[in-house]
Write a protein that binds this ligand. Sequence first.
Ligand code: SF4
Length: 268
Amino acid sequence: RFVHWTLYTLFDRENVESVLMQYHHGWSQCLSTQVGCKMGCSFCATGMGGIVRNLLASEMMAQIETAQADHHVRVSSIVLMGMGEPLDNFDNVIRFLQMLGEPGGVQIGMRHVSLSTCGLVDKIYKLMEYKLQLTLSVSLHAPNDEIRSRMMPVNKKWPVDTLLMACRDYARHTGRRISFEYAMVSGVNDTEACAKELVHKLKGILCHVNLIPLNSVPEKNQYRSSQETIHKFKAVMEKSGVNVTVRRTLGADINASCGQLRRQNQIS
Ligand code: SF4
């Protein structure tokens, strides 16, 4: 299996990252949608520098075209999960998604696209109206407002119940299953009580839960939960019939997930 991470320098000398990964079904690429991010999640290195600017649709497309040319591969699926909050750059991201299927373009179908959001509820409803067949991936990371507001400032504007209501509506309206991302942070959101509360909150939502062993951010004192803790958390969810997996940490292995590549480049 191959993993290639790339740091792109843009026309204004800003940098964004992208990660190309080989799976049994083909090549998948994780793309950035903004230079930096203003959402300020506590466990994320990208948010530490704030937002610099939105990427243009053409700059997102260039990440795919460059990867294909450099590595002589065809990218068959993409995840908008690199630097930035895609729904905070709504118009450019929609334009980019439309370009994916244009004649002479990269020809990536919507069913091979995942879009990740930290939970901008108004934009989730706006996206819903496009009825795209992509996978909406929601960074939930906590079962209640007390924990989530500490981890993700966006929760103060869009609390857990409001977000989950939007997800329920989105899944019903589009017929697409929501993918909930849950980064396991040691001592923060990884208790058995959290798992039980999460099960309760997700009842009735067409969804899948992805548990992610955190890519530790030592400067923020945020560390990955132990294997045993993750296993117990997963078991509670499975027992209650929730569809749950533990994500492989390809990005973490090369220290390139969620903006850490750019941070290290700036520091070095
Ligand atoms: S986790 Fe995502 S939304 Fe949160 S600060 Fe990092 S890049 Fe932004």
